[in-house]
Design a protein around this ligand. Structure first.
Ligand code: IPD
Ligand code: CA
Length: 280
């Protein structure tokens, strides 16, 4: 981040929490009894609702006031390059299909990353540094937060924030595994084949439907591990930091940096075991 003054990570976190909370409130209280699909994206199963757009608009507008020099990258198309070297990476509703059906697992995910972005380019998970992140889960009034080098926390309701420590992880046969599926049918078929190999070897599987909350669940030991192929940067930026700062190991399937090509999060003892199991 040469040439730019070092940002205060705690100040960045406060902004992330503020905008995630405001958007979460809008999405929760503004949910109509029957949510309509506003459009489809990469495939007929990849849906977007009016609320995804409203939430992204709210976050983008607030950040433009609070952090006018920073860039913005949102799932629903919002992209504004900045001049500070920082970019806000936002999923305005992570878990849109759950939201559509009235299931309670969805979040607003807000992260701020530093990366040398040129022109109209986007920050890249292969080169960025995630500085702070907040994952707001309004259905259960939980906020998951992390600051780079400053640990991860969860706060429920008005209680004080509790530090997170990811457990080491059990053996494979006692592992509660989480995963997710992309929207592309071909990719789903491949993901199902991998899962068919793993299922007889683990305790059980959860498909929560919200990548950011899967990562937070690993951080808190609510599941033992989470893996997915094909995530977008906004799905994992904030949750990645929460899991990492809680002590989870988060890599791709071969131990390199996590990204769209693969993400595996687990406690330090379980991670290499799962890495081998995923390899075949
Ligand atoms: C999706 C969810 C889901 C994961 C998909 C993501 P969206 O995000 O996080 O759990 O399996 O890969 O695309 O579309 O609800 O924002
Ligand atoms: Ca989304």
């Amino acid at each position: 981040m040469s040439g730019h003054p070092a940002p205060d990570p705690q100040e960045l976190l406060a902004v992330a929490e503020e905008v995630a909370a405001a958007a979460g409130e809008l999405v929760l209280t503004g949910r109509p009894d029957r949510v309509e699909v506003a459009a489809t994206k990469s495939s007929p199963t990849d849906v977007v609702t009016a609320m995804d757009h409203a939430s992204e608009r709210l976050v983008a507008e607030r950040l433009a006031v609070l952090r006018p020099d920073d860039g913005f990258l949102g799932e629903e198309g919002g992209h504004r390059p900045g001049t500070s070297g920082l970019t806000w990476v936002v999923d305005p509703i992570d878990g849109t299909v759950n939201y559509l059906y009235g299931l309670r697992s969805w979040s607003v995910s807000v992260a701020v990353v530093s990366d040398e972005v040129h022109g109209a380019g986007r920050p890249d998970p292969a080169t960025w540094t995630v500085l702070a992140g907040a994952v707001r889960d309004p259905s259960v009034d939980e906020t998951w937060t992390a600051v780079r080098g400053g640990g991860a926390r969860v706060r429920r309701g008005g209680s004080p924030a509790r530090p997170l420590r990811c457990p080491e992880g059990p053996e494979l046969g006692a592992t509660l595994l989480a995963t997710g599926f992309g929207y592309d049918p071909q990719r789903r078929a491949e993901q199902a084949a991998v899962l068919a190999r793993l299922m007889p070897r683990v305790r059980d599987l959860r498909r929560i439907g919200t990548a950011s909350l899967d990562l937070c669940a690993v951080a808190a030991g609510r599941v033992d591990a989470y893996y997915e192929l094909g995530l977008n940067p906004w799905d994992f930026a904030a949750g990645w930091l929460v899991a990492r700062e809680a002590g989870a190991v988060v890599t791709d399937f071969t131990g390199g940096p996590a990204g769209t090509h693969g993400l595996l999060a687990a406690g330090p003892r379980l991670h290499p075991v799962l890495q081998r199991a995923l390899a075949g």
